[in-house]
Design a protein around this ligand. Structure first.
Ligand SMILES: [Cu+2]
Length: 497
C-alpha cells in the first residue's frame, strides 16, 4: 500500500520536533537544589521543616549487607517482622508527641512530603510531582524513612514492606490487613471503607493497563516523565491508589499535603519504587541521562536527625548505592513485559523505502459535549508520515485544566461515540486507559500521554487510519467545580525517534 496522504480540511496540523509529555516547564533548565530549609514561605508554614545546615550524603560501603524489601503478602506471615513494623510507627508517633520538632516524628515526616508537593513552600522548582523528579525524590524519601524505621526498631537490617497492588490477585488489591487493625500504630481512621478501597483499585488497576502503560513502553519520557511533564507511573496506578485509600476531603491519603501521615503511604510508595526498578531492568530501558535530572540535589533528615544532601544520580542504582533490593513477585504486566514487545501494528511502509526519521504530530481540538459536560471528543487524523516498523504511537491530552483542591479521573476511548460514565471499561477493546490526579497538588494544567499501540492492534486500526477519541471525566469523586477543558489531543506515531 502506498503512503497515505491525509487530506486536511479546516484543520490545522502542527509539526513538532518532539512530542512533550507536559505543559510548559516551570522547572529551570539547570540542575536544581539543594533547597534551603530556612527559606520556608510563610504561606506554607504548615509544611515548613526544621531548618538546619545539611551535610552531604555519606556513601554506603558496598559491603553493607543488602536489605530486601518484601511484599506485604509475604511479611503478613512473619509475625516478628510485623511486630517490629508496628513498634517502629509507634515510636514515630510517640516522638511526634514528645518532641514535635524532631524530624523523625510521623508529623514531621508528613511535612517533608507536603513541603515538596502541595504548596510553593520552598519555591516552584521544588514540586516533586508532575515531573521526572517524582520517582527519584520519593525513592530518597523512602530511603531515609526506612533508615528512621530501622533506628526506631534497633534493627539495622530492617526493610520497608511494599503493597503489591499491581498484582492481579484480588487479595493484593485490598488494603493490607495489618494496616486495617484499629489497635495498630499502622492504622489510620482517615480512610475509605476497606471494601471501597479494594473495589476502586480492582476495577481500575489491571495487569492489561499496567502493561500498556509501562511494560510495553521503552521511553523514559512516558514512564518516568520529563522536566515539565508527568510520567505514567505517577498518574496511572500511583495516583489512583492515593484516591482509593483517602476519602479526599479530610486530611488523608487522598490529599498530597496529608498523605505522608498515613503509614500505608510508605508501603504504597515502596511499590511504586519497585515498579520503576522492575521496568528499568527490562531490556532497552534507561533513566533520563540529562544532567538537569541527574545532578539535581535534595535534602532529607537521616536516622540521627541530621540533614543530608543527596543527588539523583546517586539513587538510580539502588542495589549498589542504597543497598536495598526488592523481593521478586511476578505480576502479569511484568511477565508480559519479560516476554518482549508484541507484534507491531500495520505500518503501511513500502518495502525497501526510506526509514522515517522525523516524528510528526497531528493536533486536534477537543470539544466538550453539549449534552454532557463530562465528555470531550476529538476527531484525530493520522500524522502525515510513514511510520517506521516498531513505531510506538501515542495520544497526548494536552493541558487538561483541573482544580487543585479536587481529585480527577479521566477515562479515554477510541471510536466510542456514545462514551459516557457508564460505558464499560473492563474488557472493552475501545478503552485505552485512565489517568488520575490527587487533590492538593500544583494548580496548573497537566498533560497525559497514552501509548496506544496495543489498542490499535486490537481494533485492527493501521497507523494511517483516522479515528475519534472520547474523554470521559469520572464522577466517582462527586460534583466537579469546573467544566472539562482540554487544550488539544495530539497523535504522534513515533515519539521516540
Ligand atoms: Cu504518592
Amino acid at each position: 500500500m502506498m503512503r497515505t496522504i491525509v487530506m486536511v480540511v479546516a484543520m490545522v496540523i502542527f509539526l513538532c520536533g518532539r512530542s512533550s509529555n507536559g505543559p510548559v516547564s516551570l522547572v529551570s533548565a539547570d540542575p536544581i537544589g539543594p533547597p534551603n530549609l530556612s527559606n520556608c514561605n510563610p504561606s506554607g508554614s504548615e509544611c515548613c521543616l526544621p531548618s538546619s545546615t545539611p551535610s552531604t550524603f555519606i556513601a554506603l560501603n558496598s559491603s553493607t549487607p543488602l536489605r530486601t524489601r518484601r511484599a506485604l503478602q509475604t511479611v503478613l506471615q512473619d509475625a516478628p517482622y510485623l511486630a517490629r513494623l508496628n513498634a517502629a510507627y509507634a515510636t514515630l508517633r510517640r516522638l511526634e508527641r514528645d518532641a514535635p520538632n524532631d524530624p523523625r516524628g510521623l508529623e514531621q515526616q508528613r511535612k517533608l512530603h507536603c513541603a515538596f508537593c502541595s504548596e510553593l513552600v520552598y519555591g516552584s522548582e521544588y514540586n516533586m510531582h508532575g515531573n521526572w523528579f517524582f520517582l527519584p525524590w520519593h525513592r530518597m524519601l523512602l530511603y531515609y524513612h526506612e533508615r528512621i524505621l530501622a533506628w526506631a526498631t534497633g534493627d539495622a537490617s530492617f526493610a520497608l514492606p511494599f503493597w503489591n497492588w499491581d498484582s492481579d490477585a484480588a487479595a493484593q488489591k485490598a488494603l493490607p490487613s495489618s494496616y486495617a487493625d484499629t489497635t495498630s500504630a499502622l492504622y489510620s481512621a482517615r480512610r475509605r471503607a476497606a471494601a471501597d478501597i479494594q473495589s476502586m483499585i480492582q476495577s481500575e488497576i489491571t495487569g492489561d493497563q499496567l502493561f500498556m502503560n509501562f511494560g510495553d513502553v521503552p521511553e523514559s519520557d512516558s514512564v518516568i516523565g520529563t522536566a515539565g511533564g508527568n510520567g505514567n507511573l505517577e498518574t496511572y496506578g500511583h495516583n489512583q491508589v492515593h484516591n482509593a485509600v483517602g476519602p479526599n476531603g479530610s486530611p488523608d491519603m487522598g490529599n498530597l499535603a496529608w498523605a505522608g501521615y498515613d503509614p500505608v503511604f510508605y508501603a504504597h510508595h515502596a511499590n511504586v519504587d519497585r515498579m520503576w526498578s522492575v521496568w528499568r531492568q527490562l531490556p532497552g530501558r534507561s533513566d533520563p541521562t540529562s544532567a538537569d535530572f541527574r545532578d539535581s540535589r535534595f535534602v532529607f533528615y537521616d536516622e540521627n536527625a541530621t540533614a543530608r544532601i543527596i543527588a539523583v544520580s546517586f539513587v538510580l542504582d539502588h542495589a549498589t548505592n542504597l543497598r536495598y533490593v526488592y523481593e521478586n513477585v511476578p505480576n502479569t504486566w511484568t511477565t508480559r513485559a519479560e516476554l518482549g514487545p508484541s507484534r507491531t501494528v500495520a505500518h503501511n511502509d513500502v518495502p525497501g523505502g526510506p526509514p522515517l526519521t522525523v516524528p510528526q504530530t497531528y493536533r486536534a481540538s477537543a470539544t466538550v459535549s453539549a449534552e454532557d459536560p463530562n465528555v470531550a471528543t476529538a476527531f484525530v487524523q493520522s500524522p502525515d508520515t510513514t511510520p517506521r516498523r516498531g513505531a510506538i504511537p501515542e495520544l497526548t491530552l494536552r493541558n487538561v485544566a483541573h482544580s487543585k483542591g479536587e481529585p480527577l479521573a479521566l477515562y479515554v476511548f477510541i471510536n466510542q461515540p456514545d462514551a459516557g460514565v457508564n460505558t464499560p471499561r473492563a474488557g472493552n477493546p475501545r478503552y485505552i486507559g485512565a489517568r488520575f490526579l490527587v487533590a492538593g497538588g500544583m494548580s496548573m494544567p497537566v498533560s497525559f500521554t497514552f501509548p496506544i499501540r496495543i489498542c490499535l492492534e486490537g481494533l485492527n486500526l493501521s497507523l494511517s487510519r483516522n479515528f475519534t477519541v472520547q474523554v470521559v471525566r469520572g464522577v466517582e469523586f462527586g460534583a466537579t467545580k469546573r467544566p472539562l477543558s482540554i487544550q488539544s489531543i495530539d497523535y504522534v506515531h513515533d515519539p521516540q525517534v
